[in-house]
Design a protein around this ligand. Structure first.
Ligand SMILES: [Zn+2]
Length: 352
């Protein structure tokens, strides 16, 4: 059982080594406890595995003829194998999770690895392996400690595999990342269900770390206006909003964020791709049946012009683009005095 960054317990099969496509494979994922039950996979089974690209191979099927008479069913643990805390399964979810959060050493380490990963801080010369070593040696316990590593220069220079030169290079690479884009920063925090696309969406909508953090603090305090604003962002559902709220409710998370805030300069969101468009920066709501293009196409087109597409009408809406049978959103726009445009009006205004 492997424990991931957000506490998910993932069962992994240990296999007798076998060569698949020129690579020796000795582990394969079993996904989750339902998968093991559905495929009726037992300890000691002979299995068929599949490998695709760089991802960890998966167990596809059991070869029943080769099953031993006394093959044991696998008892999925209900405690975390790393820290012993309860591992709970929420209704509607396939995954069982360690409930300990950052108290769990496995989650802590995975969070640190995620923090320095390629799409997060991406610090040259500081990979997952180094995070494991530094953590073990007590040099790093929270992401912010990375930016204090230079204070421990003498210790690092004396570690095996490190010397004066490589340590200097590491400090230089860390220094280069003290300025970081808002979207990378959000992604690096490793909040459940906040991947790259969601991080970018949040960065684009809030613009600065100050605004984003103020909004998240309000969301965590169950401020319904802030929560409403968050879920109004097209692409942010209640699931993600709740995960954000849960993250910012925990003081061990907000402490880390505040600590990082003191050490870093988080750059305001700048969308280099925004063209010089008359509608860039405007907030638009689509409603009714569009004729010229599908809703998804309209949204993608608008976003490519730097437009924020919202799911519901509020005082912050600049335009409502109404297709056939517009309904309540157009009514609300009329009440608030927001411009309602036809598809043609919108096309002429935005890009024609
Ligand atoms: Zn745990």
């Amino acid at each position: 059982i492997q424990v991931g960054r957000t506490g998910v317990l993932t069962p992994v099969a240990r296999l007798a080594p076998v060569t698949v496509g020129g690579v020796v494979v000795c582990r394969a994922t079993l996904h989750n406890e339902d998968y093991i039950a559905d495929k009726n996979i037992r300890e000691g089974d002979t299995v068929i595995i599949q490998r695709a690209g760089d991802v960890i191979p998966q167990v596809v099927e059991v070869v029943m003829e080769k099953r031993g008479k006394d093959a044991k069913k696998f008892e999925f643990p209900d405690t975390c194998p790393e820290c012993g805390s309860h591992a709970l399964r929420e209704t509607g979810e396939a995954a069982r999770r360690c409930s300990a959060g950052l108290i769990c050493p496995a989650q802590r380490l995975e969070r640190l690895k995620h923090f320095v990963s390629r799409n997060a801080f991406d610090i040259e010369g500081l990979g997952a392996r180094h995070m494991e070593d530094f953590r073990r040696d007590g040099l790093i316990s929270s992401p912010a400690d990375i930016f204090r590593l230079e204070e421990k220069a003498e210790e690092i220079k004396n570690l095996e595999g490190w010397g004066g030169k490589s340590a200097e290079n590491l400090f230089k690479a860390i220094g280069a990342r003290r300025a970081i884009s808002l979207e990378r920063f959000i992604y690096a925090l490793g909040i459940r269900r906040v991947g790259r696309a969601t991080a970018r969406l949040l960065a684009g909508n809030y613009g600065s770390s100050k605004k984003w953090l103020a909004a998240m603090a309000a969301v965590a305090k169950k401020d319904s206006a802030a929560y409403g604003e968050l879920t109004d962002i097209d692409g942010i559902g209640p699931g993600v909003a709740d995960d954000l709220a849960a993250f910012f409710t925990e003081t061990h998370n907000t402490d880390v964020v505040a600590d990082l805030g003191r050490l870093l300069s988080i750059e305001d969101f700048a969308d280099a791709d925004i063209p010089d468009s008359p509608v860039a920066g405007k907030t638009v709501v689509f409603t009714g049946a569009l004729e010229a293009m599908s809703r998804a196409e309209a949204k993608a087109r608008a976003e490519s012009l730097g437009v924020r597409v919202a799911g519901s009408v509020s005082k912050k809406t600049d335009y409502v683009v109404a297709g056939a049978h517009p309904g309540s959103k157009a009514r609300k726009a009329r009440q608030l005095g927001i411009a309602i445009l036809s598809e043609d009006d919108w096309r002429r205004l935005a890009w024609d």
